[in-house]
Design a binder for this molecule. Sequence first.
Ligand code: FES
Length: 138
Amino acid sequence: MMRDLYTQVIMDHYKRPRNHGEIEGADLHEHLLNPLCGDEVMVYAIFDGDRVTDVKFSGRGCSISQASASMMTERLVGKSREEVEAEISGFKAMMVGEKEFPEMDDLAALKGVIQFPSRIRCATLAWNAFQRGLEDQV
Ligand code: FES
């Protein structure tokens, strides 16, 4: 039922990751390691002025980390820097149960991860990498 659907959404992003790859000469390029498992993610973004025009990710990790990274790229493309920051802090708030997950959105598939504290780090890995990348840019 709902849980199966969520699993399907995660597996779909895992098997067919959106915006997977690298961007040569990206304006934002950050790498982050999950110390709990040794998996790592790289995120890349191109900015046109204040706006993100392209986002990609690469690296390796579990299905949750990869699916979440894939979903993140879809959400951040086209957003302003301020909107991107709001997306990231909003998602992190969802993952600690402080904010509702959006309905009818792939992100909702990650809701169940909240019950597994050690996996929250998987789900937030790419988002934390992107946030760090933003901080490094300033
Ligand atoms: Fe390594 Fe999830 S187990 S990122």
